[in-house]
Design a protein around this ligand. Structure first.
Ligand code: PSU
Ligand code: MN
Length: 302
């Protein structure tokens, strides 16, 4: 991988050993609609700063790996049609062809880990898609997290995926999963997915301790911290079920496949719920950014 370009605040935080939280860029470029995406990308960063940690949004800009983006770089990611979605396997092509690319959970985790960043906040993980027995569509997020030592704070996986199969694959890959103050695995828009977890941790310090204990024993898998959206911000259950059903039908009918599936269904949710799912989505990432910042600080007191 070519040398990384660090923003001044991330470089200073790394030199001084201060808490840092990585943020992915695919949710900005492909997960959230314009024009709100740019404003909320800045809000995610601001929340991390307000908690006393440094945000490091990660993306490829004109063939360079950037860890921490300037205002104009963030704007580029949020507004340009030329920004592709890059998982780890795309990085070599994008870098050698000097492209700009938004990084997925997989690519962001890989880059953050190389940069020495231990905590990463996102919305929802990629996972096993419904109908995977026919398509074999399972996000590369899972395989990468099996050998990338990083804490990923998310709200579980979206119900557009096969949640049960995703949890099984997380187990197979040896990826640690705990619920924050709950043992119900959240379903992103909803606090509960119907699946429960073996581990519940109640404080940022408990999460930091578990992560560091695994590291001390040379375990290099990721730690997924499943942080449910607050009760006040959940998507209405009936609206959720209705939208999910119509979205899956439309995707099937349109023959959407591969990495286009997630953005297609997210867009459907935003339109069909009259932007209500967008509001929930933004809240989810904000709440995860806040918890991630608290965990990044707890790593230094553990
Ligand atoms: N899940 C969401 N919103 C997203 C994504 C996942 O709820 O925006 C993005 C993340 O960047 C994730 C990627 O890493 O999609 C997974 O894509 P795929 O299923 O193509 O691997
Ligand atoms: Mn896929």
């Amino acid at each position: 991988m070519s040398a990384f370009i660090y923003s001044p605040e991330v470089r200073d935080a790394l030199h001084q050993g201060l808490p840092i939280v990585a943020l992915e860029s695919t949710i900005i470029s492909h997960g959230l609609p314009r024009p709100q995406n740019l404003r909320v990308a800045k809000e995610f960063e601001a929340i991390i700063r307000s908690e006393g940690a440094t945000p490091a949004t990660i993306a490829l800009i004109d063939g360079s790996v950037c860890v921490g983006l300037s205002d104009s770089q963030l704007e580029h990611v949020a507004t340009s049609d030329d920004v592709i979605k890059a998982s780890t396997r795309d990085l070599g092509f994008a870098l050698s062809q000097k492209l700009s690319a938004a990084t997925t959970v997989a690519a962001t985790s890989h880059i953050a880990n190389l940069a020495g960043i231990q905590v990463f906040a996102t919305g929802g993980l990629g996972g096993v898609h419904r109908g995977f027995l026919d398509t074999f569509d399972e996000s590369a997020d899972l395989e990468i997290l099996s050998h990338t030592s990083i804490i990923v704070v998310c709200a579980g996986v979206k119900s557009i995926l096969d949640i049960g199969a995703t949890l099984e694959r997380l187990e197979t890959y040896g990826i640690a999963v705990c619920g924050y103050q709950t043992n119900d695995f959240p379903g992103f828009y909803r606090r509960k997915s119907g699946f429960t977890l073996d581990w519940q941790l109640d404080t940022a310090k408990d999460i930091a301790d578990a992560f560091l204990s695994a590291r001390l024993n040379s375990l290099s898998h990721a730690f997924i911290v499943a942080n449910p959206v607050s009760a006040a911000d959940e998507l209405d259950l009936e609206l959720h079920e209705k939208t999910l059903e119509s979205g899956l039908q439309r995707a099937e009918k349109a023959g959407v496949r591969g990495k286009a599936v997630t953005p297609f269904l997210l867009e459907h949710f935003h339109t069909a719920t009259n932007q209500e799912s967008l509001r929930v989505n933004i809240e989810v990432v904000k709440q995860n950014a806040r918890l991630a910042a608290q965990i990044s600080k707890a790593l230094f007191t553990s």
